[in-house]
Structure formats: structure tokens, C-alpha cells
Design a protein around this ligand. Structure first.
Ligand code: B1M
Length: 212
């Protein structure tokens, strides 16, 4: 079987160490790092559909997420460039009430790889914590991720909190995550929406050069 298919299949089965071994092998075989990443994302997509359809439950999803990280941890150094001059500063986090951080971490890695300095606030980040981080770090961009329809509203709350602190005009707000749309982003007053990590990087670069 194709090694990329094997990575995806083993991620779906939650075979944490097998995913690590296969990703190492794929790297040794000089398979492009973004192609390997694609197989991990594809596997997690299948897990998501099975979860939605009630074929698997939270424990299986959790173990699949661990398998995803076993792969991501190995490709991280190749996605993240070292020693480069930063092209901009980003504060990023998953919004309040939301514990999904795989996508946010991917965006972080790709942004770092593109030369951004990224301050990661983690997950379940309250509007107040975003405000404090903006005050402390003065970033160019505030990035928010949300994966649940009920936590998306906390993106709006964060934007409102930035307004109250007179910080909204000083930063570019970018939002993303599976349930988030361009339309929702516009409705809550975000500056930008990205559907995936590659688009997030491209948009961040364009927004920064417009700002300067
Ligand atoms: Co949960 N979960 N989960 N989950 N989980 C979803 C999101 C869900 C859609 C599954 C489903 O029903 N099909 C569903 C939400 C439904 C809804 O909104 N109505 C759901 C649910 C219901 C829940 C719980 C409530 C389940 C429960 O407890 N009964 C619970 C909630 C916990 C909480 O957050 N408070 C829960 C828990 C979990 C786990 C902990 C088990 C685990 C998370 C582990 C972790 O992240 N460390 C988990 C997982 C893994 C998923 C699915 C299966 C996969 C998410 C993922 O990592 N995708 C997910 C199903 C799905 O999304 N298809 C699901 C891979 C990742 C690479 O994609 O995160 O979309 P994604 O990121 C992409 C883009 O969206 C974009 O770029 C990324 C890379 O291309 N992007 C950005 C993301 N953030 C961005 C920010 C940007 C720009 C782009 O700018 C700043």
C-alpha cells in the first residue's frame, strides 16, 4: 500500500507509534513535507466524518488526535524556518470554550514557517486573555480559531473586547476553523477569513504588506 495511504489509515485507527514510524519513513523517502501533511489532514477528515455519523466516539477521536500529533511533531521542524528575520507578529489562540487545537497549531506552524513570530495563547482563550496578550506583545495580527458552532460567537466577543480596550484599530483580526465562513467573518467585523493554513499564511502576508 502507498505509504501516504498507510499514514492516513493508521491515523484513523489511532495507531500513534505506527503513524510516527511511517511519517519518519516518508521523510527518509524524501516525500514532500506538505504531501505528508496532506495525508494526516485527510485521515483526520475521515475521523471527523465517522464521528459526525456516530460510528466512533470521543475516545477514538482523542486517540486519532494523538496520532495526528505524532506525525505533526516530526514534520514541524521542516515547516518552521529557523533564524529568519520576522516579517510580522501574530497572537493566536482557540477561542473560549473550545478545546480543538490541531488546526490552530497547523496555522501556527505554517505562519512560523513563513517567517512570522507567533505567540500561541493555546486553547480556551478568553476575550480578556486576547486583550492582555495584545497589550503585552503589540502584534500585527490577532488570529482566532473555533471548531464548534457554539464557540464561534466568542470570536465576536473577543473583537468587542478589543474595541473596548481601544485596540481593535491597531491589529488585523483573522479568523478560521471548520464552521467559520467568509460571511460570518464579515458579520462579526473580522478583517480576514482563511479556510486553511496555506490560505492563512498568504492572506497574512498580503494584509501585513497593505498595513505597512
Ligand atoms: Co470535536 N467536534 N468535539 N474533538 N472534533 C468537531 C469539531 C465536530 C465538527 C465533530 C462532528 O460532529 N462531526 C463537532 C462540532 C459540531 C458543531 O460545531 N456543532 C465536535 C464536537 C461536538 C466535540 C465535542 C462537543 C464532543 C463531546 O464532548 N461530545 C467536544 C468539545 C470539546 C470542546 O472543545 N469544548 C469535542 C472534543 C474533541 C476532542 C478533544 C476529542 C478532539 C480535539 C483534540 C484537539 O484538537 N487537541 C476533537 C476532534 C479531533 C474533532 C474533529 C474530528 C477534527 C478536528 C480537527 O482537528 N481537524 C472535528 C470534526 C471536523 O472538523 N471534521 C470535531 C483537523 C484540522 C487540521 O482541521 O481544525 O478545521 P481544522 O483546521 C483547519 C482549518 O479549519 C483552518 O486551517 C486548519 C488547517 O488547514 N483553520 C484556520 C483552523 N483554525 C484557523 C485559524 C485561522 C485560519 C484558518 O486564522 C487564525
Amino acid at each position: 500500500m502507498d505509504i501516504l495511504q498507510e499514514i492516513s489509515d493508521n491515523l484513523q485507527k489511532g495507531q500513534v507509534s505506527k503513524v510516527g514510524i511511517l511519517v519518519k519513513q516518508a521523510l527518509e523517502d524524501k516525500i514532500d513535507v506538505k504531501t505528508i501533511l496532506g495525508s494526516l489532514i485527510e485521515g483526520m477528515g475521515v475521523v471527523g466524518r465517522r464521528f459526525r455519523d456516530g460510528e466512533i466516539y470521543v475516545p477514538e477521536v482523542l486517540i486519532a488526535a494523538r496520532a495526528m500529533y505524532a506525525g505533526l511533531d516530526l514534520i514541524r521542524p521542516l515547516l518552521v524556518q529557523t533564524g529568519a528575520t520576522y516579517i510580522g507578529k501574530v497572537v493566536i489562540g482557540t477561542v473560549k470554550g473550545d478545546l480543538h487545537d490541531i488546526g490552530k497549531n497547523l496555522v501556527k506552524m505554517m505562519m512560523e514557517g513563513a517567517g512570522f513570530e507567533v505567540i500561541d495563547l493555546g486553547r480556551d482563550v478568553s476575550p480578556e486573555k486576547f486583550v492582555e496578550a495584545v497589550k503585552a506583545n503589540q502584534p500585527d495580527i490577532v488570529g482566532m480559531s473555533a471548531l464548534i458552532t457554539t464557540t464561534m460567537v466568542n470570536m465576536k466577543d473577543t473583537i468587542e473586547a478589543l474595541k473596548r480596550a481601544n485596540l481593535r484599530d491597531k491589529v488585523i483580526v483573522m479568523v478560521g476553523g471548520a464552521p467559520v465562513t467568509e460571511r460570518f467573518a464579515a458579520e462579526i467585523g473580522a478583517d480576514s477569513y482563511a479556510k486553511d493554513a496555506d490560505t492563512a499564511v498568504a492572506k497574512a502576508k498580503a494584509l501585513i504588506s497593505n498595513k505597512r
